[in-house]
Ligand binder design. Structure first.
Ligand SMILES: [Zn+2]
Length: 82
């Protein structure tokens, strides 16, 4: 089965947590091999999940990636006033 980027993003937190089934995992792996965008999303999501998982485990709600990117943009602006 061929899946698109949105499909990958929907499942990416479960993918990182190892909670997707084997077939979906294989589809996502295949997609990530060829899609730079999703590889970047995976990297940034993984970093955030690791940070958040420091003490506690957070459930990331659907649509978090848009909010996450908006928030990262805002935070980068705050930290880098130049
Ligand atoms: Zn993609």
């Amino acid at each position: 089965m061929k899946i698109d980027c949105k499909h990958v993003w929907e499942h990416i937190s479960a993918y990182i947590d190892g909670e997707v089934d084997a077939a979906l995992r294989a589809d996502i792996d295949k997609h990530l091999e060829t899609c730079e965008i999703c590889s970047a999303v995976l990297d940034s999501t993984r970093n955030v999940v690791v940070l958040m998982a420091d003490d506690r485990v957070f459930e990331l709600p659907a649509g978090y990636s848009e909010r996450l990117h908006a928030r990262l943009d805002r935070e980068l602006d705050l930290k880098d006033p130049g």
